[in-house]
Design a protein around this ligand. Structure first.
Ligand SMILES: NC(=O)c1ccc[n+]([C@@H]2O[C@H](COP(=O)([O-])OP(=O)(O)OC[C@H]3O[C@@H](n4cnc5c(N)ncnc54)[C@H](OP(=O)(O)O)[C@@H]3O)[C@@H](O)[C@H]2O)c1
Length: 314
């Protein structure tokens, strides 16, 4: 089967197409014929030797990628929830070895859910790591409630566009940031308000928000802490939070921490339900054939993605 292997980290030329044996499945694993793969900033970071590369670097071969949608081809003898022919999707083994950039993936059954019939493979693949992150942060970690004032940074991006829709569904009063160029897209997600991060409009909201979802990092964290009311929370997902920002948060009685998404099939079932019923709708702004993986990486690496970038396999 065709895969992309990463012999050593670097630029997109380090994504090398390679013929590898089709994975064999046993026990609780499911063999999935991959139809679509979503590309995340962590794929790009890992390819470049950052992201989760440190966890993978001793493996050979390294096959990066985590987000798939496809068709079950075979199941291990202990799998009960899936059968050959089922259409499934999920984020596989994150933050471990996902091996998703391949025509076939062996996935733990507990990381998958059935793909709703009314959702394409591309849209389903898009609603894996990014949607799971939004769900786990807003629902499982922050416990956002109706009426909460929620600020979502990078609401135009992969995670942000799901977070905006989920926070809206939870009944929060949602503000989303992006540049002015993506204002209309952010407002089309159904949220209450857009703020252009390139203006100083955010600074007028001191002590206003119950919860800030930070998908940008760095100075955006420092900028956001004063916007949160005493007792409120900030969760950041890009890298971590500086000691200075943590001290500032503590002084203002704001809880601030980093969160890393994890594979979870039960959460995927929730996402599947929301996709089927239209609570969340993925935006796939760019698609590329498997052969153009390097172009897909360049698109994500630009940092200007609207919604998601997806690679398909015919
Ligand atoms: N810890 C975890 O579990 C986890 C999970 C998922 C993602 N992440 C990380 O979270 C980050 C976001 O991921 P993603 O997939 O959503 O990225 P993405 O899709 O590449 O985000 C792109 C979007 O970010 C917006 N943006 C850029 N700079 C901004 C700023 N200063 N303020 C507000 N918006 C800004 C852009 O809008 P404009 O073009 O309008 O500027 C663009 O639409 C990445 O660093 C990723 O690695 C972490």
């Amino acid at each position: 089967m065709k895969t992309y292997i990463l012999n050593e980290p670097g630029d997109t030329t380090h994504l090398q197409i390679s013929d590898q044996p089709k994975p064999r499945v046993s026990g609780n694993d499911v063999l999935v014929r991959v139809k679509a793969i979503s590309i995340n900033p962590v794929d790009v970071k890992t390819r470049a030797g950052k992201g989760v590369y440190g966890r993978l670097k001793t493996l050979d071969p390294i096959i990066i990628g985590w987000d798939i949608a496809g068709i079950v081809e075979e199941t291990g003898d202990q799998v009960t929830g899936f059968k050959a022919g089922d259409e499934v999707f999920g984020m596989i083994n994150f933050p471990g070895h996902g091996k998703a950039y391949a025509e076939y993936v062996s996935a733990p059954a507990r990381h998958l859910a059935l793909k709703p019939a009314n959702i394409s493979f591309e849209d389903a693949a898009a609603a894996t790591l990014a949607a799971l992150t939004a769900y786990q942060v807003l629902v499982k970690k922050a416990g956002v409630q109706a009426g909460d004032k929620v600020l979502i940074h990078a609401a135009s991006g992969g995670v942000g566009h799901f977070a905006a829709q989920i926070a809206n569904h939870l009944g929060a009063r949602v503000t989303g940031t992006s540049s002015a160029q993506n204002r209309d897209f952010v407002l089309s997600l159904g949220i209450n308000e857009h703020i252009d991060y390139q203006t100083n409009a955010l600074e007028k909201r001191e002590g206003y928000f119950d919860f800030v979802f930070d998908a940008v990092g760095g100075s955006t964290i420092e900028r956001s802490i004063p916007l949160i009311k005493s007792g409120g929370t900030l969760i950041s997902i890009p890298t971590g939070i500086s000691e200075a920002a943590l001290a500032r948060a503590k002084a203002l009685n704001v809880e601030a921490y980093f969160y890393l998404v994890e594979s979870n099939g039960d959460d995927m079932i929730k996402i599947a339900d929301w996709l089927a019923t239209g609570v969340i709708k993925p935006t796939v702004s760019k698609t590329f054939p498997f052969e153009d993986m390097a172009l897909a990486h360049k698109a994500v690496e630009s940092g200007r993605t609207i919604g998601k970038v997806v690679v398909y396999i015919k």
